[in-house]
Design a protein around this ligand. Structure first.
Ligand SMILES: Cc1cc2nc3c(=O)[nH]c(=O)nc-3n(C[C@H](O)[C@H](O)[C@H](O)COP(=O)(O)OP(=O)(O)OC[C@H]3O[C@@H](n4cnc5c(N)ncnc54)[C@H](O)[C@@H]3O)c2cc1C
Length: 388
């Protein structure tokens, strides 16, 4: 068990850190913040903080709309983390003075055609069967709640507890909070775990975790667009809109400053090129659902790599046979919504040495076979048996 010290900036390089976090995305920075705020000496290694998947992410906090068949344990974790978001956002704003774009208007799920609506309804029925708040709306109620929707949209349902945050505000705020709490950022990559000198190492490197740990994290490409309402006005809709449009699944996330995020493809590829076909499909589906988008400026087309796992759920906890190395990766489509709970549970594990029962379904050894820890890593130190 690591003991928190009275919070003070980690001083000289000669003092061995309590915790080395590899990766300064939302996951790594939030863990660093939580650990440093508890008085631990924390260093964070990343040559390009915030440059991973979070740099392009939409920021939907959607445990309900993202509740899919066969993913009940993941849904439970998403719900638990989403419930922490209001306090997490408030605490972050208090620590940094920065608003992170946390908005609570809720999410409208819609179907454009009869076939789209039939597909959507199957999922809503599943979500309602789990007891989740999904309220089908009559067409008139749908129009009243979002008049900008195309008249062709056949039907919809409201998920009032699915919210949003702006990852491009969130990640810099987390970095500021972590540094103010005393974490030190080292702008270098970690090439192998044996290069890290700390009592506990936390691998939060997104897709970079595979090279360090051998765990089955793979890049899942997502192309995404950013549009902007003309003349700097706010978009003509308030809800996050998730739609099925002629078989395409898209979402539209409105920001207060006029930006609309329109995403995203899901591709088993590891490049980040933007293709004309993807842009065309996203725009067509987006404009079909919300015709006013045709008048918006197209300001960005970009792609990022989600850290995916074989079962779409994150990997949280000790690396097999390396109890001094914790992993927090594989957040796939959910790294923003899962930031608060990941940070809390991993920081508690670092400090207390005992995994919270919520972590059990997400252990690193669930894929069978030991992960290949980077060769030549140090033997577990005095805390070696705490997480086995
Ligand atoms: C198009 C798209 C849309 C998305 N939309 C949403 C959404 O609406 N809601 C949601 O919850 N999630 C969303 N996501 C997923 C979310 O972005 C990720 O799950 C999340 O960013 C994962 O956070 P992370 O910190 O683990 O990894 P990342 O954000 O990828 O950050 C990893 C960091 O690790 C660093 N790193 C890598 N290797 C090393 C190394 N060897 N040494 C040091 N540093 C290293 C990188 O430089 C990077 O800064 C989306 C993703 C994409 C691509």
């Amino acid at each position: 068990m690591l003991t928190g010290r009275s919070p003070s900036p980690p001083s000289s390089d000669r003092v061995r850190p309590d915790v080395a976090v590899v990766g300064a995305g939302p996951i790594g920075l939030a863990i660093a913040w939580r650990c440093a705020a508890r008085g631990l000496r924390v260093v964070v290694h990343d040559p390009a903080p915030g440059s991973g998947a979070s740099a392009v992410a939409a920021g939907m906090l959607s445990p309900v709309a993202e509740a899919h068949f066969g993913e009940r344990q993941l849904t439970g974790l998403l719900l638990a983390s989403a419930a922490r978001w209001p306090a997490f956002a408030a605490e972050l704003t208090e620590a940094t003075g920065v608003e992170v774009g946390y908005r609570t208007e809720g999410t409208l799920m819609v179907g454009l055609t009869g076939d789209d609506l039939a597909e959507a309804r199957r999922l809503w029925a599943y979500q309602q069967g789990l007891g989740l708040p999904v309220t089908p709306l009559r067409p008139s109620e749908l129009r009243d709640s979002e008049p900008a929707l195309a008249p062709r949209v056949r039907g919809g349902a409201l998920a009032p507890t699915d919210h949003q945050v702006d990852p491009r505000l969130l990640v810099p705020a987390l970095r500021t909070a972590a540094q103010r709490a005393g974490a030190v950022l080292v702008p270098q990559p970690v090439r192998k775990l044996s290069d890290v000198d700390a009592t506990v190492t936390v691998v939060a490197a997104g897709c970079g975790a595979t090279a360090l740990t051998g765990l089955p994290v793979r890049p899942v490409k997502g192309q995404i667009l950013r549009l902007r309402a003309p003349d700097g006005v706010a978009p003509g809709f308030r809800h996050v809109i998730r739609g099925y449009a002629d078989g395409e699944h898209v979402y539209l996330v409105p920001r207060a400053d006029g930006e609309v995020v329109l995403g995203a493809t899901v591709e088993e590829r590891s490049d980040t090129t933007v293709t004309a076909g993807a842009v065309q499909r996203l725009l067509r589906a987006g404009v079909d659902l919300l015709p006013e988008l045709a008048e918006y400026d197209l300001v960005e087309a970009v792609a990022g790599l989600r850290p995916g796992t074989p079962d779409n759920a994150p990997i949280l906890g000790p690396l097999p046979d390396r109890p001094d190395v914790l992993v927090a990766t594989g957040h796939h489509r959910h790294g923003i919504v899962l930031t608060p709970i990941t940070a809390d549970l991993i920081a508690e594990l670092v400090l207390g040495g005992v995994p919270d029962p919520m972590l059990a379904p997400f252990r690193a050894d669930r894929f069978g076979g030991a992960a290949v820890a980077a060769s030549g890593g140090p033997e577990p130190s005095v805390e070696g048996d705490l997480w086995s």
